[in-house]
Design a protein around this ligand. Sequence first.
Ligand code: SGN
Ligand code: CA
Length: 504
Amino acid sequence: MLTRRQLLQTVGSVALAQGSQTRTNIVFLFTDDHAFQAISAYKNPLKLNQTPNIDRIAHEGMIFRRCIVPNSICAPARATILTGLYSHKNGVPDNRSKFDGSQTTFPKLLQQAGYQTALFGKWHLQSNPTGFDVWEVLPGQGSYYNPDFITEKGNIRKEGYATDLITDRGLEWIDTRDKSKPFCLMLQHKAPHRNWMPAARHFDLYENTVFPEPETLFDDYQGRATPASKQEMEINRHMTLDSDLKVPEGDNWDYLPEYKRMNPKQKEVWAKAYRGRLEEFRRLQPKGKDLVKWKYQQYMKDYLRCIAAVDENVGRVLEYLDKNGLTQNTLLVYASDQGFYLGEHGWFDKRWIYEESLRTPCVARWPNHIKPASSSDAMVSNLDFAQTFLEAAGVPAPATMQGISLFPIFKNSKPSRWRKSFYYRYTEPGVHEVAPHEGVVTERYKLAYFWETKEWEMYDRQRDPKEMKSVANDPKYASIRKKLESELKRLREETGAPVNAPVI
Ligand code: SGN
Ligand code: CA
């Protein structure tokens, strides 16, 4: 016979073993270069695609309509999320920098507080991950097909498609975790990063779709400072036929590193699908504007196919949480490392303080804490994630962190006391040739400074939502510009940013 106490202990441990521990779990689903324009919950008027699973997170939780990044590029976004610090404070201002893993990060603090922590997928921070019980990461940008992963036990190669494999590993880990403890899982996809390689099951998705073009596909960059016309990220001049659009000069794809990784069967399926595009190109021989239009269509097909696999895999995670009684007790966030251009201003890629790259998609679900189907326009940021996750776990955040916990927004989508301005700073040299710049973003205005050419831009997003005409030198805006300049100066000091000449 069991004593009453023994019986209670047994019942208690069974309950715990079934996952009824009461601390909040955290699941962070993260993609690389996912434009909010390509999530149906964001209601893009161009209606490019449907993402029912990501939308489900929004319907059951909150959609953030203005989640902005302090530096619109990959490794910096990742370092900011982990540390809750601006790039100029965490040592990762650009993709060339190696993350110093001895820094305080939210996963480390969760781990110290008894959380099980894991990270799978794209990492891009060069040093080995710290603060995770288990991690398996793609080397650098990683591969879409049959990818290699760096693990603590050495490198491994897995057969299959990266987005599926990363999800498989995450679900396997949740399934085999110690169910008496809370967990934090970071599932970080490579998709939909350039050069946009879809899963074989999606090779013919959108085959007969004609995507509407963005209004600014043929932007001439008039009305802005010189950097906008000096970049190298145009669909017209910089998107390549052979690598980006998979149209070979010859008759095979052997020049593509991703193709080389495929097994003979996979190559056969690929060739069957992409030969059609090659033939179409040879038949049409598009030139000038027609070529840009044709490239845009192919770009959208591949990009949105990659997102189809992302969305399916988000669905797998949602289903797992449902089936295992974890939905209620999990703060689930879906976000990307930054926004992306889907032909707006004639571009692909990111980097600018302009809206499409500044804003990253972000939806969050946490039953009983976030009202279903709620929406927020407040200026939130990935800088805020670390403090939010720590608060959800009941772990105090270090005072040095530079974001703000999103808890007030969870309670009230537009709290009266919230940040009214935000500091931006991009400094990566080289690839795509976007000039370094800094700026201040408010709800309505944006002031940017390009220090190499000593040029200013200013936008009134209420009057000019597509940011086509800078009003930096418009006398009507002189007094607003002055205010923004002093706000920029204040934020620079507050965040500890370096000062670029000429000092204002
Ligand atoms: C690669 C891409 C670029 C991309 C950077 C950074 N070129 O260099 O288009 O901007 O990565 O991307 S590619 O031809 O190799 O795909 S990031 O997301 O890692 O910041
Ligand atoms: Ca990225």
